[in-house]
Design a protein around this ligand. Structure first.
Ligand SMILES: Cc1cc2nc3c(=O)[nH]c(=O)nc-3n(C[C@H](O)[C@H](O)[C@H](O)COP(=O)(O)O)c2cc1C
Length: 196
């Protein structure tokens, strides 16, 4: 594949995910989300890419979590995908915003009931005394919503990163890898090759 012919790097990301999925590799939608905390410290964790529209990449989480607090104070992030068995990497950076309440509710409604209940039971990133306490909270919410639909918690929803820079990386023999950086110029993607 010639990266210098690429016009939309996020189409390539989707294509590599499809290749990875078709080959039976685990979790092609998993990505590392890197944020910066109020003290300037970086934080990273894995989240799942749930949607791509244009330059927007969407993931869902708890709005009280460490990542959400980081994004509130500093609404910029980096998303990193590694397709180990394809020897490919995609690095995306840009500004991040919450998605609309309607979009979060629509996605929440598609989740398995157990995941919906967990979203109510977990104050993500906050300390909890024991596993038993977490399970007791889950039991309490499952009784609260028994027999009815589980609504989307007010503290849960999506974020969308709007890509401004994308780097595509392909492993090549002898570590002479391909790296091409794509920068959004307001109307299209400019690109330049980087040394590996
Ligand atoms: C494969 C995998 C997928 C995950 N997907 C998500 C996700 O989509 N959303 C989420 O909030 N946490 C997800 N997690 C958990 C996060 O990595 C993390 O532990 C959690 O969100 C709390 O992060 P924070 O304290 O930095 O906010 C996932 C973990 C793994 C290993």
């Amino acid at each position: 594949m010639d990266l210098e012919l690429v016009t939309d790097p996020l189409d390539v990301l989707v294509n590599w995910q499809e290749q990875s999925r078709a080959a039976g590799h685990a979790l092609p939608e998993a990505m590392t989300l890197a944020t910066v905390g109020a003290d300037g410290h970086p934080h990273a964790r894995t989240v799942l890419l749930k949607d791509r529209v244009g330059r927007g990449l969407t993931f869902f989480t708890n709005y009280g979590s460490q990542k959400a607090r980081d994004l509130e104070g500093h609404p910029r992030a980096c998303l990193l995908f590694h397709f180990a068995r394809l020897e490919r990497q995609v690095n995306v950076q840009g500004g991040v915003r919450k998605v609309s309440r309607e979009e979060s509710e629509a996605y929440f409604a598609t989740r398995p009931r157990e995941s919906q209940l967990s979203a109510w039971a977990s104050t993500q990133s906050a300390p909890i005394g024991s596993r038993a306490e977490l399970e007791a909270r889950y039991q309490e919410v499952s009784e609260r919503f028994q027999g009815g639909e589980v609504p989307c918690p007010p503290h849960w929803g999506g974020f969308r990163l709007e890509a401004e820079r994308v780097e595509l990386w392909i492993g090549r023999p002898g570590r002479l890898h391909d790296r091409v950086e794509f920068l959004w110029n307001g109307a299209g993607w400019g690109k330049r090759r980087l040394c590996p």
